[in-house]
Design a binder for this molecule. Structure first.
Ligand SMILES: [Zn+2]
Length: 311
């Protein structure tokens, strides 16, 4: 399986248009050693010429254009190599990209029943996906099930890869209706994905609340892990004066601290551990910072746009 990181920043990207934090200002001024990043977007290819997306970022159009493997082959009209999209949650920065895929193209969308309710019933703009012929095919994710995906012409063949989702805790986005946020099952709000092929496992959790510890078991058995690197500390956003919310209140386990992701990450995990969905305020983006060196010394990689992983 081939995995490509098309975008690696949290919502807003790096730098963010309205942000003058030390990172964003430093990057604009050219005084900070670090890379600009678009909003988190992952793509994986279980078979030559067939790609799936994880999340649908607001930057998706430019991310697709920057990735030659995702271009439609000139000899097959109307055929995109993008076969489907796995949605981890209904956050704006994980679903806005669906609107970039509206050009009369059919594909699969994998999402929990409640995320589908938000996108298909509560927000009519996503109905634009229905005008493809045949329309976009919505598939319901049922947590903790391992599902085989057949890409070959013969349904009798073994599945090309397996996918599964697991609840990671967390709330629904504020833009979902009050009624839904009150009544919908919390396990549907945010999921992590396990993609499996030939006994090699990829675990994807760009948003990890840390409210349950199921993830630690999956991480220990995966060959590659793409995991929430949004915030370094719980109170990081307060300094921007745009919000008083903490990292945890926003549904992200911060990296640092005694209960943080670095401390909780299982010591017996031997796969590649890659931080993704990094917020522009996170000091690890500054390659000269102590925090950057701390995560590298702890054996983590920091995802960047264009990173390719072979599993
Ligand atoms: Zn910033």
């Amino acid at each position: 399986m081939l995995i490509k990181i098309l975008g690696s920043a949290a919502g807003g990207g790096f730098p963010q248009w309205n942000c003058a934090c030390a990172n964003c200002s430093g990057l604009r001024a050219g005084t900070l050693r670090g890379r600009p990043r678009t909003q988190t977007q992952i793509a994986f290819s279980p078979e030559n010429g067939i790609w799936f997306l994880v999340g649908a970022s607001p930057d998706l159009r430019t991310q697709i254009l920057a990735t030659p493997q995702l271009a439609p082959p000139p000899d097959v009209p109307g055929h995109s190599p993008i076969a489907g999209v796995f949605l981890p949650c209904a956050d704006a920065d994980a679903v806005m990209g669906l609107l970039h895929l509206r050009e009369f193209q059919t594909f699969f969308v994998f999402a929990t029943p409640t995320v589908q309710r938000i996108l298909r019933n509560e927000n009519r703009i996503f109905r634009i996906l229905d005008r493809a012929d045949p329309p976009v095919q919505w598939q319901s994710l049922m947590n903790n099930r391992r599902v085989g995906c057949h890409l070959g012409p013969d349904p009798g063949d073994p599945p090309t890869f397996f996918y599964g989702s697991m609840p990671l805790g967390r709330h629904y986005p504020d833009y979902a209706s009050e009624e839904l946020r009150r009544s919908a099952p919390s396990d549907d709000a945010c999921v992590g994905f396990v993609m499996e092929q030939e006994n090699r496992k990829l675990f994807v959790a760009p948003t990890l609340s840390g409210q349950n510890s199921e993830w630690t078991k999956t991480v220990a058995s995966a060959q590659a892990v793409l995991i929430d690197g949004t915030f370094w500390s719980d109170d990081e956003l307060a300094a921007t004066e745009r919000t008083k919310k903490t990292a945890r209140e926003m549904g992200h386990l911060p990296l640092s601290g005694p209960e943080g992701l670095l401390a909780q990450y299982p010591k017996d995990a031997h796969g590649r551990k890659i931080l993704i969905h990094v917020n522009n305020t996170n000091p690890i983006l500054n390659e000269d910072s102590e925090e950057h060196h701390a995560v590298v010394e702890a054996g983590f990689e920091i995802a960047y746009d264009g990173l390719t992983i072979e599993l």
